[in-house]
Design a protein around this ligand. Sequence first.
Ligand code: ADP
Ligand code: MG
Length: 238
Amino acid sequence: MGQLYLNKVRKHFGHFEVIKGVTLDIKDGEFVVFVGPSGCGKSTLLRMIAGLDDTTDGDIVIDGEKVNALPPVKRGIAMVFQSYALYPHMSVFENIAFPLRVEKLDEARIKEKVEGVAKILQLDQRLQQRPGLLSGGQRQRVAIGRAIVREPKIFLFDEPLSNLDAALRADMRIELTKLHRDLKATMIYVTHDQIEAMTMADRIVVLSGGDISQVGAPLELYHKPENVFVAGFIGNPK
Ligand code: ADP
Ligand code: MG
């Protein structure tokens, strides 16, 4: 299960209110895309869901359990960032295995899990190589592998493809869609890219100034933007 409920979530940095009471219900297995201008609070919201930032107010509820007080590793969430740091001196295998070593899993289980993940991400021929030998897309897949290997219920992606060139982004879009289908996990995906939002999302959440402007299926937002702001982002203004 990976059902996520945000109830009036707020975040202040000093006097500055960055997230202004966001309420959102995300279904188990849903692919939700967050869009909105730079500085509107997308990363802050993801960081609170992951437990990397405290909430100032409001509840974060996963599968019916309030998780505000739980540390990141206890939330069943994996986060993949735009700038992913792989360990250059370790093989692809060891990079993916790293979170399992932290959890002190036994060697046979680690091997089984890493090989399973490598197969899904088409990295099975690369396991003994160092990251420096891989392409940008392959390195990003290693970072995703390291997130998947702990079998999280919920994935958070913060503009994971924005450092890749257009052709690679298109490939990764297809791979992430496949991954979502294979893992049946809940995914929240932040992007600036309208094509990513339109093609990958079950629902798009448009954020503006720390608030939700509109939530809906891609075509719903495209054809019926509720305001000029949404229209400017994804709409078909008429
Ligand atoms: P986005 O990811 O949508 O570009 P962010 O969530 O990174 O936006 O930032 C939202 C706002 O919060 C911005 O105005 C940013 O400057 C501010 N902010 C983010 N993190 C901090 C912090 N640790 N301290 C103070 N202000 C912050
Ligand atoms: Mg951000």
